[in-house]
Structures are given as C-alpha cells and as structure tokens.
Design a protein around this ligand. Sequence first.
Ligand code: GLA
Length: 778
Amino acid sequence: MKISATIQTLALASLLALTPADMLAAKKGGTFTTGNKTFLLNGKPFIVKAAELHYPRIPRAYWEHRIKMCKALGMNTVCLYVFWNIHEQQEGKFDFTGNNDVAEFCRLCQKNGMYVIVRPGPYVCAEWEMGGLPWWLLKKKDIRLREQDPYFMERVKIFEKKVGEQLAPLTIQNGGPIIMVQVENEYGSYGKDKPYVSAIRDIVRQSGFDKVTLFQCDWSSNFLNNGLDDLTWTMNFGTGANIDNQFKRLGEVRPHAPKMCSEFWSGWFDKWGARHETRPAKDMVEGIDEMLSKGISFSLYMTHGGTSFGHWAGANSPGFQPDVTSYDYDAPINEYGQATPKYYELQKTMAKYNDGKKLPAIPKAPKPLVSIPKFKLTEYRPLLSGVSTQKESHQPLCFEDMNMGWGTMVYTAPLPVVQSPSTLIGEFHDFAQVFINDKYIGKIDRVKNEKNLELPPITEGSKLTIIVEGMGRINFGRAIKDYKGIIGNVTISTSDETSDIALTPTKWTNQTIPDDYGTAAQTFAAPQNKKASLKTTAGYYRGYFNMNKVGDTFINMEAFGKGQVYVNGHAIGRFWGIGPQQTLYLPGCWLKKGKNEVIVLDVVGPKGEATAFCQNKPELDKLNLEKSNKHNDPGHRIDLNSATPVLKGELKAGNGWQTLKLDTPVKGRYFAIECESSQSGDPQIAIAEVYLQDAQGTRIDRNNWVAYYADSEKGNSTLDKMFDLQESTYWQTEKGATFPHLCIVDMGKEVTVSAFEYLPRAEQGAPGSVKEFKLFVR
Ligand code: GLA
C-alpha cells in the first residue's frame, strides 16, 4: 500500500485504536515495520502513542494499575528502559525476578492491550545511577565506557544476551507485545562513533532481536552524527518545542520516514538543592495534539515517573547535581499513581484521536492515602557499627577499590604537626565530613564544588577522620565515569610567611559502610557498639509505627540530616534536609497492618530528637539552603567598561544553532556574554546552550565549567543551564530585569577560543533570543 499524502495517513491512522482482533493477531505473531511516512502494524498504518514507564520505579504490586492508567489516558504502547545495573548488581550474577521481572511487566502490558517499546541500553541515562551502567565496570580503571573497550563490549554482550533470553520471545514476530527495540541512547550527546553504535546494534540483533524493528533516538541537532542507515531514526525533545522544526532535518534526509518523538518530556527531574521542576500542561497537551493531528508518533517521557528507590537516583553534570529520590517528573500520573490535572487535560485531547471510541475508565487506586502520627526512633547505633570491611593503604582507596558499589566510607590517618592554620585539599565524592581527634571540623560538599576545608592548628599525635558518603553516579555526559569516596591524594597545605608546605598523610585506614538494609539491620543485632568515638549523632535509628488501615503514605524526614531510609526491609530512598524533597513515598503494598519497622541511616545526624511522621501528600518543593543557589554574588560582577570584546555583533532570529568565528583565537579562563538587546525587544532573555571552540575548531570540554555570575536568573533557569548539555533547559533572566544582561563562566583552566556557538530556546519563535551581544574572554 502506498500512501503519499499525510491526510490519507491520518484517515487510516484513525482506524488504529487496538481491537481485540489486533491483539489476537499479535499473539499469533505479527509485524511492525516502517512504511511510507508511517509505521505499519500488521501492514496497516499505525501511530505509536507511547507512555514511558520504568518498572523498577514502580512497586511490582502496582505495575498493572499504572499500565491501566496509561491505557485510560488513551495510550496504545508502553515504552521502557532495561536497567543493566539493577539486573547485574554483581558481575555475572543476574536477577530478573520480583521487581526486576521485566518480562512479566511486558506480559502485563500485553494483557492490557498495550504494545511495548524496549530500550535495553546498555546506557539509558534516565536520571538513574551511572545511566544504568554497573558500577563494577569502574574496577577496570582505564575502561572506556560507551566505546569499543574490549571489556566493556564483552560485558555488554553478556548482558544483552540475558535481556534477549527474557524479552526476545515477546517480540511481535513471536506473538508478544514488543514492536520496537532501541539501540544505545542519545549517543549524539556523548560522541561521534558509528563503529561503536554499529557494534551495539549487532549485539542487540544477535541477542534475539533480529526481526523486530530497531531504532536510534537522538536530538534534531545531532542525530546524523551516529545515524546508521539501516535503523529507524526518532527525535527527542521537550514540551513547548517547535515540532516542525524538530523534524525538519529528518524530513530533508529521509523524506519518506515516519516521524516519532521518542521522548516528549512532560516535565523534568528534580535535583537536591534546586526548586521542584514543573512544565505547563498546556504546552504538553498542545504538542501532543499537534503531533497527532500530523500523524506523528510519540512517547510521553514520563507519563508516570515513579520513584528512584534506594540508591538508584543518578546525578547530572557539569558539576555534580545529584537527583532526588522522587521521579515525579511533573508527569500526568504523579509519583504515587494518581491522575493529576495534567492527566485530565491530556485525556481530553487523546480522546479525540481514539476513533470515536470512549477511553476506558480510570482505574481505582490500589490503596487509599493515609497519614501516621509522629513516632520516635528510639534505638540508636553509631555510624561506625555499620563498618563491614577495612584495609590499610598509603593513599586513600575509593569505593571501587574496596569492592563497594554504594554507601559511605570512613577514612582515618595520623596527622603531621602543623602549628598554623592549614587547608585540607582533595577530591571527595560526594559529601565529606572532617573530624580531628573525633571532633567535627566541617564538611566538603561536591554539590557546591567544594574541594578544601580550613583546619585549625594540629597538635602532635592527632588523628584525621573523613566520612565520605557517595550519592548517585553521574548519568549524563562524559562524567559518567564517576568514582566514589576519596579520589587520589589528600594534602594539607600551610602557608606561613616564609614557605608554602604541602603535607600528604600516607598511612590510611579505609573502612566501608554499605548502604543496604542487611547492613543496617545487622547493626541492631549486636548490643551498643563501643566503637562510637566520633562526636556526632550520625548513625542508625530504628523505630516503629502502627497501621490500622494500610495505605500509601509519605514519610516526613525533616527531623533528620542526610541518608537512606528502609521500611520493612525495603530501600525507600535518599533524603537530604536541603530539599526540595522532604518526604519519601511509602507504597502501601510494602506496609502492613500493625507494626512496621523504620530504619534511618543518617550520615549527618538528626537536628534534635529522632522522630518522623507520615503525611497523606508529598512535600517535593521545600528548599532549606544555607545560601541561595543563584549566581549573582556582586563581588563576581566584573567591570567590562574598559575591556575589549573578542566578538560582537548580532545573532539571527529563529531556532537552531549559530556559530560565529573570532577574527583571531584568544586565550583565557573566563568568558562573559553581554546581551544588549533581544529579537523581540523584551528584556527577558534566554540562552539554551553555549559552546566555545578551541584553536582546531573542536568544542571545548565543558565538564569543568562553573557558573560564576549572572545578573539575573529566573527560578531554576540558572546560568548553569546554559552549559548543562540539555538543549531543552536554558538560562533565563527574570521578568523586569533590564538590559544589558551579563553572564560569566569560569572554565576552570586557560583555553584558546576561536569560535562561539549559541543555541536559543527550542520553542516556536525561540522566545527570549538574543540580538546584539558582546563576548569577552579573559
Ligand atoms: C534524555 C534521556 C532520558 C532522560 C531525559 C531527561 O532524553 O534519553 O533518559 O535522561 O533526557 O529526563
């Protein structure tokens, strides 16, 4: 069948709501292919309306409810990642049971009349620890992740084979619900390496996905970098984006290809220390409406985000920006599975494209919402009672050296005598607390880019103790090779009038405290431990609450400092007083009538009495920062009046990247952009991304860049968003702030700059785009 006009595609597409006969056909074995400007399901045009759901982010008992919620929203497909590191937590030991039973999740989708798109990585990003890669890969110190490193590829092959054993029998050709399988994930934002992506494609094929349609997802700005001729190409972009523009390039290079937005971001994720993210319902609904009216397939990322339980939340870079436990994502179905106002709005639009048929009723929540009055966690064990292994060394060892994936390490070393105040310098991943002779001196927080701490004079026989808690490994960009603990040497630097001496402690004791329930519970099996010498209230707290009526609830952690919570043996997630998340989701299916056990591992210690209570709604937006996260310290504003710009001129209007070359390359560590006018005349400006090119015309690595100064920043649209690798987020000035706008970035070291690359916002008309500007490098 040859269909040339979009209108014809649409007419046929409207016939596509799934009928029991279709599903029966699928059971017998069917096909899903790409036709002329449309996907073809069993030979008939088909528009994919996919809901992204992540099985480990939903308790298994609630899987079916969440799938039904998506169905009632008008979706016909579920899109999911397979998370390598949750299935192979130890090298060679695979687990596809219980909450990891991804095949059962797919079967439940099929049972409920939903097709499935599988994205088996190996890398998935997803704000998930190390982007889904197992931490133990890092034991090979020179490993090249997501490249053709022999060890990496060997392990990928083994993992994908296991995925194939689970899921290949469930492809549509075999009578299952899986219609498409993804190869790698947004490789364009990592590198340019077609041989690697081809090798992953081959591994996926050889794992049993040899007949099913394979695809690659990327951004419109970079999909051609790694696009393989024999794969289907899909685009990822956020709500509000100019949709025609996002598919323009694809239309030019593959005029007959079906269009699909494989990640249409409904909201966004939250990070510790920044405000809760939201995105307007209107933008999401209008975008979906536009796509459906044009016959464009989509996957709504996330339709239901759920929770990154335990230590599974990842972190973003540049810098270190760990993600919170909740993955609510401001999605239409909230973290605990309920329909939000966004859901109802979207449902109205989806109903228009359901072939005139009524959408199924919204299923009843499996459990009611309940609250629990305040209770005390009276049992206490000091942090050191959780120590599981110990090693001596000359230089501090990292978690990976100690064969520990997640948790906290305690480092001790004898100190030299230092009569004057000195500075402790090192690389601590991620949150370090420093003690001398068991007395607390201060903290070194990677989130704040801290690398040193002032020490008081050190007397003879003094002992240094550093507690380093690891948070989620970075999941995006080159920084995913993210070791935990102390990285490299720790030095003590002292400057007196005559000399500057650097002292390096060389006799270290390294102790591990894994953050798992087994370790936590075990501390209470023994009587109070005498090792409790640190002057801190950090440690394990145990208490109980009673339930008459079992339901979903949210445990409020505001009395505590920072750490992990376990309820009835389930790892619930990380908390941190700085917020914005102050409560953790306790799914009712993990609770019981009568007595429920709560253990809190607090690496900092509660502020006062160790108490908690449970409320019937979450608190996801309460920040408690010592200092604002804005970058407008007046001391950082430089006077540019006498400086000469290295580049000045006018940027063009409209979406897309623009590159401007300097007359002659210049050297400097800082760059500043002064924005003097905008395309619309409105002084509220926005910049999505900026790159600088080096003397060879290559993009300068932005991993060490730090936002230094911005005259104005609106909400979470802080300056760091201008170089966060995410084209859908941006630096934006506040309404009412006037021209000129100035931002300054510290590049961490001196570089040579030959060109400036600028990307305005991705929305139609590129709102806030800059016109006249000056660039300074110093
Ligand atoms: C990208 C990735 C996803 C996720 C989103 C942001 O599109 O492919 O895994 O990280 O960004 O939520």
